[in-house]
Design a protein around this ligand. Sequence first.
Ligand SMILES: Cc1cc2nc3c(=O)[nH]c(=O)nc-3n(C[C@H](O)[C@H](O)[C@H](O)COP(=O)(O)OP(=O)(O)OC[C@H]3O[C@@H](n4cnc5c(N)ncnc54)[C@H](O)[C@@H]3O)c2cc1C
Length: 381
Amino acid sequence: MSCDVSAVVSSFVEKVVSRYAERVDRENMAPPGFFRDAAGQGVFGLPIPREYGGWGLPFPDFMDALRLIARESPSIAHIIFVHSMSAYFVEKFGSEELRKEILPAAARGERILALAFTEPGAGSDLASIETRAERRGDAYVLEGEKLFTTNALYADTFIILARTGPLEARHKALTLFAVDKAKGLEVGEPLDIMGFRGTGLARVFLRGVEVPATRVLGRENEGFKPAVVGLGVGRLPFASIALGIAEGALWEAARWALERRSFGRPIFENQAISFPLAEVAAEVEAVKALIRRAAELHDKGENILLLTSMAKLLAARLAVKATRVAVQVMGGRGLLSTSKVSRLYRDAKAAEIAEGTNEVQLMIIARDLARRVKARHGFNH
Ligand SMILES: Cc1cc2nc3c(=O)[nH]c(=O)nc-3n(C[C@H](O)[C@H](O)[C@H](O)COP(=O)(O)OP(=O)(O)OC[C@H]3O[C@@H](n4cnc5c(N)ncnc54)[C@H](O)[C@@H]3O)c2cc1C
């Protein structure tokens, strides 16, 4: 990370994240001052290109930034990640006019973005999306319901995947839209969830919302592939958040183990305590290396979708393992709902589900394994 950005992230963690982390989780809501303070530190423009007013951070540096933020607050890292991923959709698939309208304001944190793909009947299987977008002249009319939209309570613009053809056409009749809340999109109550609390997670209702055709991202009926590729690339920043959870828990528990005395000596001096921590420390470095390698390949223009699935799977599992170890090491104090490690424990479990479940990552990895083995041995079935 360049000195400038590194200083921005450190200052953000120190001045904003540490101040709001516990409250965001407890109240399941980012207090009003949070967005003002975070925008003041410039963190909503981290990966947005410089020409649109962002920092234009290289992908490996964005990974480091999210990991450092997530060590203190996975929820705050997730708010920034979803905002940034939504901006990526505008940058890659929006018209220049749309980019100029949305990205500079997003980089300044004056326009918060969200991504609403998941529906009550379409989670892992996005091709079964039912929200309809019907063409009427120069506009589309959207009708449907989205579930689990991070940032929904805070966002001004939503990236929405909707059906522009028959249900039977599955992924071949889906289109991406950038929809402003001001167009009549309605947001439900905050969802009272176990992990990643305070991220503005809510339902989104589209009841006859009229969206100009100029706000289609890419082309009509061709939204599925960009959506899946965007989500796939987005698994790497999410893996960094999960890695930050593991690292945050590790440091908290190791510090405690060196301080806490039982039977006359620090508990760290028992291998039953220090070995699980040492194992987590080794795995943190392994996952960090995988994430860095994938991020570097991404910036060289290579396809990293297999690596992002691997990184996301391993990082989320490591987060669960690290937080379980951390709670155990901290004993009763680790279980207190006010303890940092119990908060990270809840976030870790959610990391195995959000941004594509462990099983979905295994499906992607298994499919690729079969393809490679078949190619190597000349199977033709
Ligand atoms: C904290 C959080 C934030 C989120 N934020 C967003 C957001 O901003 N925008 C958005 O669009 N969505 C968001 N989501 C939704 C998330 O992407 C979905 O929850 C996720 O994709 C899984 O979908 P589902 O919950 O409907 O589970 P389902 O798809 O119903 O899956 C249920 C279980 O079945 C398993 N399963 C499904 N199919 C198979 C199969 N073929 N083989 C084996 N197992 C299978 C799954 O792995 C899972 O264990 C968020 C979710 C969470 C938890």
